[in-house]
Each structure stands twice: as C-alpha cells, then as structure tokens.
Design a protein around this ligand. Structure first.
Ligand code: SAH
Ligand code: SF4
Length: 435
C-alpha cells in the first residue's frame, strides 16, 4: 500500500518539476513513507532519522515523514524529532508541492487532515523501481472495521472506493506499456463499492464486477488483489474468479486467530466456522487456488488453548504462505483502551515460533505436492542466486526458479516443477505459451 502511495507521491512531485534521486547525497529532500502497524515499524524509522543526522550536518537536506506514522503522531513528531521538517498524512499528498516550498523558507509543517473522499483517482502513479511487468493499483483507501488491535482506521481514515473507470483505464495503460500483471490494492478490497455520484446502491459496482472488468482487458493480463477480509469473501467473487483464468488462483485471507473467543475480542466479525466455510467455498469454486494468511500470536488474554486453536486452524487450512506476527499494542486502539497486553514477551515469542515452525512444514509439504506439475509462469527477472537463472510466479503466486535459456522477463512460460524448498519451487521450461 505504501509502495503504491509512494508512486502517487512521485507523480505529484514530478508534475511540479521535482526529480527522484536514489542518492541521499544528491537529495534536497528526503521523504520517508512510513508504516505504523506495529511498534517495530516505527522504531526503524526513528533509527533511520537518527542516522540521517550525519548527512544533515554536511548538507542542508530537509526530511519529511509521510504515511501512517505521520498521521498517528502529527505535530508531536516534529517536536520529538528535531531533524524533521514536515509531516504529511496519507490523505494530504496533494499539498506536498506547497509544503516543500514552505520548508525551503524554514517552515515546519504538519498536514494530517484525513479526507472522506480522497482516492487520488485522477493521478496516474509514476512507477518506482518496478520490473515493468507487475504493478500495483490502489482501488480503495481507508478502513472502518476497527479490529481491536489495529491502527489503520485511525491513520488512514474512512473507507472509500475509487471510480472504477479510472481503475480500468490505469490497468489498460499499464498493459499497453508492457505490464502483464496488476495487483488491485486496498485494506479490504472485497468491500469495494462504487455508487458514483448518485449514491445508488442498486447500480453500484462491487468488487466482483470490478474484477471482471479489469480481467476482461486482456487474457494476457494477470489480475491479483490484496487484502480480502473473510467477512466479505462472497461466492459471487469466487464465481467471477472461476470464469476468468487470468484472475490469479491465490487468495490472501487473514485469519488472525483460530480461537472463537479471541476473534470476537479482536472484533473480526467472523467465527472459525465461518472462516472454514469460506475456505471450503474457495476449494469448491477454485480447486487449484492457493491460500495465504496473516496471524497474530499473543493477543490480549490469549490462553494456551486459544493458541492451540490457531495451530489447529493452520493444520486444517494448510496455508501456502503466512505473514506471522507477534501482537504489538498500538496506542489509541480498542485493545489499548480496554484490554491488557498481558501475555509475557517470552510466551508471545514462543507461540510465534511454534506457528512459524508449523507453517514451514506445511508450506514444504504443499510445495512437494507441486513436484511433477506444470504451471504457467510469468517471468519477472533474474534469480537473486544466479545470473543463469530466471524467476517468475505461477498463478498461485509461488516463486519458481528455472534456467534462463533464451527467455526474458515478461514472457509467459510453461514450467514443470522438479524440486522445491519451503519457500521456492525449482523447475524446467517445457514450452513457451506466448505466440
Ligand atoms: N486490512 C488487512 C490487514 C492490514 S494490516 C486485514 O484486515 O486483513 C496487516 C496485518 O498486520 C494484519 O493482518 C495483522 O495480522 C497485522 N497486525 C495489525 N495490527 C497488528 C498489531 N497491533 N500487532 C501485530 N500485528 C498486527
Ligand atoms: Fe486493520 Fe482490521 Fe481494517 Fe484490516 S480490517 S486494516 S486489520 S482494522
């Protein structure tokens, strides 16, 4: 999400004549786009700010903090970090050109007003360090689900969807520029709903209709999406996916916990049974779909029994990949106001390690089942390990590494899996599928 936002920021500043430099020593401004989801994300930024002081002693470079940490701390951040000149929240990026000008004159600015309708729909992002093959498209902003542990509703404001025509246009433009994969982004993409200026619910564009429109641009354009909330994962969406081969067979469905009690405390609005019912629906509509998740270990009052329920959930679903986190108490959230961060650090770490170990075994077993199968792979670049090898992803979003031969980035290839680790598949090209 921040990556996509940085591309919007890039577009806004380039339009004003600014140029991007990868070199700290050449920069007049350093803009740091930040995350506030867990405390360690913020600590990393504080460390980076401290390191940048050496550079500022040599050159008059101005530093700005953007994104969720900026929104969360607002002008307090200017007070706490004396080398920061400006703080700009996620809905105020259009003001950056003015803010940069003010900063040159020595002003310190905090602009953190949240909006109910800003979607940056009219701004075509200018891509950053991309491979020219896969790009992100932000389709909605904000979230108002108020999960008890989460800062996002406070740092990104109300949920709002972007005009579908602007999304389709952006995807088509990327395709015409040679992109072969777009990922539609939002905190809860599947609650996407556009009612236009009329506010008419009946003629609204929902997420399934939007997906179909983007997928219809070309069968050669892969479409992915993240993140979906289990409560909004409809059969209608699964039906649309099953009708379009180019909508990738991968669903990221954050579970957070396997315990009914903890899910309720987290305000997730589903039970383990409901979640498993959605998993069954995915398997029914899309038998070759991979499923990935997010999970939090050590949420307030989590017992060993609750933790075992999470492990059990992992065994039942057999995720292909998981982002696994230790609970981090965030200021101002429901959890901070009403619950106790009462699980000792060593217990949190131990539970997290148990989940990681189990998930490692499951991912390896899942990957082993892919050995012998042939997948269509979109080639994304040279393997990090060897220049002689390329890597790409299959529809299930698994990375596959294979010998380069005469192939190049952006090509669709048929690759047969010959070996694997828990993280990567290895294969050989059996045929090229592009004309
Ligand atoms: N909107 C998405 C996820 C957004 S945040 C969703 O609802 O699924 C990404 C992930 O960070 C979450 O899924 C959650 O697993 C994790 N996370 C959020 N707040 C956290 C906290 N306070 N401590 C630990 N992990 C957290
Ligand atoms: Fe946070 Fe919950 Fe919204 Fe996801 S759905 S961004 S976890 S509040």
């Amino acid at each position: 999400m921040n990556f996509a936002d940085s591309e919007v920021i890039n577009a806004i500043l380039i339009r004003e004549g600014y140029k991007l430099t990868p070199d700290d020593n050449a920069a007049d401004f350093i803009l740091i786009n930040t995350c506030a989801i867990r405390d360690n994300a913020e600590q990393r930024i504080r460390k980076r700010l401290h390191e940048l002081k050496a550079l500022q002693r040599q050159r008059p470079v101005k530093i700005g903090i953007l994104g969720c940490m900026a929104e969360r701390l607002q002008k307090q951040l200017l007070e706490e970090e004396d080398n920061v000149s400006f703080v700009v929240g996620p809905d105020a990026y259009r003001k950056l050109p003015i803010i940069l000008r003010q900063t040159i004159n020595g002003a310190k600015t905090a602009e953190t007003t949240l909006s109910e309708d800003e979607t940056y729909a009219d701004i075509t992002p200018v891509r950053l360090n991309g491979n020219g093959i896969s790009g992100y498209i932000s389709i909605m902003r904000g979230c108002q689900n108020y999960c008890a542990y989460c800062v996002v509703p406070y740092t990104r404001g109300k949920e709002r969807s972007r005009d579908p025509q602007t999304i389709v246009n952006e995807a088509r433009m990327l395709f015409e520029q040679g992109y072969r994969e777009v990922t539609l982004l939002g905190q809860n993409v599947n609650s996407y709903k556009w009612t236009g200026d009329t506010g008419n619910e009946v003629s609204a564009t929902g997420f399934p209709q939007l997906m179909a429109r983007v997928a219809d641009i070309s069968p050669l354009l892969r479409v992915r999406f993240a993140t979906s909330h289990p409560k909004d994962l409809s059969d209608e969406l699964l039906q649309v996916m099953s009708e379009h081969r180019n909508i990738c067979r991968c669903i990221h469905l954050p579970v957070q916990s396997g315990s009914e009690r903890i899910l309720k405390l987290m305000n997730r609005r589903y039970t383990p049974d409901w979640y498993l019912n959605r998993i069954d629906a995915i398997r029914r509509f899309l038998p070759d779909c991979s499923i990935t998740t997010d999970v939090i270990a050590g949420f307030c009052s989590e017992t060993e029994e609750d933790h075992q329920a999470t492990l059990q959930m992992f065994r039942k679903v057999r995720y292909d990949y998981a982002y696994m986190f230790k609970f981090s108490m965030r200021p101002n959230t429901y959890a901070e106001r009403h619950l106790q961060d009462d699980i000792p650090e060593d217990v949190k770490i131990h539970r997290l390690e148990e989940i990681i170990a189990l998930q490692g075994e499951i991912a390896l077993e899942n990957n082993r089942r892919d050995i012998g199968k042939t997948f269509e792979v979109l080639t994304e670049g040279t393997s990090h390990r060897s220049k002689e090898q390329l890597f790409g992803r299959n529809s299930q979003n698994k990375v596959i590494v294979f010998d380069r031969g005469n192939h190049h980035t952006g090509e669709y290839l048929q690759v047969k899996v010959t070996d694997c680790t828990a993280a990567t598949l290895k294969g050989i090209v059996v045929n090229s599928t592009e004309e």
